[in-house]
Write a protein that binds this ligand. Structure first.
Ligand code: HAM
Length: 438
C-alpha cells in the first residue's frame, strides 16, 4: 500500500523535535512569568470576519478558511484557523474590558496556521509566543515587551552580537512620509512596499513605489530617510529637509529607547526606519527581531496598536505587544550551534536479572515514580549488555539491577551511569529512600 504523507509544510514532532519545542516554550513561559505576565489562550478558530476587519489584506490572503458542517452550521458564519493571536486577544479583552484590572499583561504560546508558501523559517503551521500589555499608553510598556523578548532570547544562550531588535514608529514614518510629499491615500501602499524592503530585489521595490504613483524625487527622499541609522541622524535629516510634524513621535521613540537602555536591553536594539510591519493595526512604535547576519526571516515582530479595541467593538484602549515564532528561532539556534541537547533524560532504569524478579521490579519502579523520579524498566530479564545499552539510549542517570547474588543478600545493585560507579543497597532501605544511591 502506498504511504500517505503528512500535509506539506505542517509539522510532525518526533520526540527529539518535541523536546526542542518544549524547551523553547519553557524559556518563553519563564521570561513572561518573571515579568508578571499571565497566560491565556483562545480557540483554534475564529469567525473570518474578525481577521477581515483588522489584520489587513496580506494575512487575510493567508487564511485557512472553514465551512462548518454540523447541525448548527447553516446559521453559522465562515471561520478561519487563527493565523495570529492579536485579533482574538482584542476580542476577548473587549468582552470583559471593564472588569479586567489594568494594565492587562497577558502572554500566550499558541499553535497557528497560515497558508504561506513554505520556505526557510516560514511554514503553514507554527507556534507563536505573544506578549502584550493593554491599558498603558506609556513608552515604558513598549520597552517592557521588547525587554521580555530579549530576556527570553538571552536565557536561551543568544547574545546581542547575534540578535538585534530593530525599532521604528509608524507615527514617525507617517509624519516623515507626509513631509516628503506622500499623501495619506498613498501611505498604506508605501508601508506595504517598505515592509518588503530587503526581502525583495531593489527593482521590484521601485516598481511597488511606482505603482503607488510616487514621483522619483519623492522616492529618493524616502530612500534617504530610510538610510538614517539612529534617531539623531533622522532628526538631522528632518531639520536639513525643513520637515515638521515628526517631533512628538520622535520624542516618544526616544523615551522607548531610554527605557530599553534602563531595562538592560539597549545593546540589543537599534533604530531602523525601514521597519513598518505588514499588519494593518499598528499605530505607534513597531519592531522586528532579526539575526544580525540577516540570514533568516524575522524571529519576532510587534508594536503598538492603540485603535484595535475600538475596531472589535470595545472601548478605546492602548495596546502593545509582539509575536515570536518557533520556526526561525529553531533555525537560528541550529545555525549558531546553540541547540539544547535533544537526548532523552531518565533518572532510573530498572532491570530484572532473572525472570522471577520481574514482579519485584514493578514494586521498585512504583516506589521510584512515587518519589518523583523519571523511571523506566525492562519488563523481562535478557542480554544484560543490550539492556544496559537501552538504559544509555534512554539517558538513564542510574541503573538498578534486581536479582543475582545481591538479591540473595537482600540488596540491589545501583550503577551510576555518569561516574561509572557501583554500589549495593538494602532493598528495604532503597524502597523508603529511592533517591539514595549508596
Ligand atoms: P507577525 O509578524 O505576523 O506578527 O508574526 C510574528 C512572528 O511569527 C514572525 O516574526 C515569525 O517568527 C512568526 N511567523 C509568522 N508567520 C509564520 C509562518 N508562516 N511560519 C513560521 N513562523 C511564522 C503577528 O502575528 C502579530 N500578531 C504580533 C503581535 C502581537 N503584535 C502585537 N501583539
Amino acid at each position: 500500500m502506498e504511504k500517505i504523507p503528512g500535509v506539506k509544510y505542517m509539522r510532525d514532532f518526533y520526540p527529539e523535535e518535541m523536546r526542542l519545542r518544549l524547551w523553547i516554550e519553557d524559556h518563553w513561559r519563564q521570561a513572561s512569568l518573571r515579568a508578571g505576565f499571565q497566560e491565556w489562550d483562545s480557540p483554534i478558530m475564529e469567525y473570518l470576519e474578525l481577521y477581515a476587519r483588522k489584520s489587513g489584506d496580506e494575512i487575510v490572503g493567508q487564511l485557512f478558511t472553514i465551512a462548518p458542517r454540523d447541525a448548527d452550521a447553516k446559521d453559522d458564519k465562515r471561520m478561519a484557523i487563527r493565523p495570529e493571536m492579536t485579533p482574538s486577544l482584542a476580542r476577548m479583552i473587549a468582552a470583559r474590558q471593564a472588569a479586567l484590572p489594568k494594565p492587562i499583561k497577558w502572554f500566550c504560546i499558541s499553535r497557528m496556521c497560515r497558508s504561506e508558501r513554505g520556505q526557510r523559517g516560514r511554514l503553514r503551521e507554527f507556534w507563536q509566543w505573544n506578549v502584550d500589555v493593554l491599558g498603558s499608553p506609556d513608552p515604558t510598556a513598549d520597552a517592557e515587551v521588547i525587554s521580555v523578548a530579549v530576556n527570553a532570547l538571552s536565557s536561551m544562550g543568544l547574545t546581542s552580537e547575534e540578535v538585534e531588535v530593530r525599532f521604528n514608529s509608524r507615527t514617525l514614518s507617517a509624519a516623515i512620509l507626509a513631509a516628503v510629499g506622500v499623501s495619506s491615500e498613498q501611505q498604506p501602499g508605501i508601508y506595504a512596499a517598505l515592509d518588503k524592503r530587503g526581502k525583495i530585489p531593489a527593482e521590484a521595490l521601485r516598481e511597488m513605489f511606482a505603482k503607488v504613483g510616487l514621483e522619483s524625487a519623492v522616492v529618493d527622499r524616502i530612500e534617504e530617510a530610510m538610510g538614517c541609522k539612529s534617531l539623531d541622524e533622522l532628526e538631522a535629516f528632518a531639520s536639513n529637509q525643513k520637515l515638521s510634524g515628526h517631533k512628538e513621535a520622535l520624542a516618544n521613540l526616544r523615551e522607548v529607547e531610554r527605557a530599553l537602555a534602563l531595562l538592560g536591553a539597549g545593546d540589543w536594539c537599534r533604530f531602523d526606519p525601514g521597519i513598518v510591519r505588514g499588519l494593518a493595526y499598528y499605530t505607534g512604535p513597531v519592531f522586528e527581531i532579526f539575526d544580525r547576519k540577516a540570514n533568516l526571516r524575522a524571529l519576532a515582530g510587534g508594536g503598538r496598536y492603540d485603535n484595535l479595541l475600538s475596531v472589535v467593538g470595545g472601548q478605546p484602549m492602548p495596546g502593545v505587544g509582539f509575536g515570536m515564532g518557533d520556526v526561525v528561532l529553531g533555525e537560528l539556534l541550529k545555525d549558531l550551534d546553540k541547540l539544547p541537547s535533544s537526548a532523552m533524560e531518565l533518572d532510573d532504569f530498572v532491570i530484572p536479572l532473572d525472570d522471577e524478579r520481574k514482579w519485584d521490579v514493578l514494586e521498585i519502579i512504583a516506589a521510584l515514580r512515587r518519589a518523583g523520579r523519571r523511571t523506566d524498566y525492562a519488563s523481562a530479564a535478557g542480554n544484560l549488555g543490550k539492556l544496559m545499552k537501552r538504559a544509555d539510549q534512554l539517558g538513564a542517570a542510574r541503573v538498578v539491577l534486581v536479582g543475582g547474588d545481591e538479591w540473595t543478600r537482600g540488596n540491589l545493585k545501583i550503577k551510576d551511569m555518569k561516574n561509572r560507579t557501583e554500589a549495593e543497597i538494602a532493598v528495604k532501605e532503597f524502597l523508603t529512600h529511592p533517591a539514595r544511591s549508596s
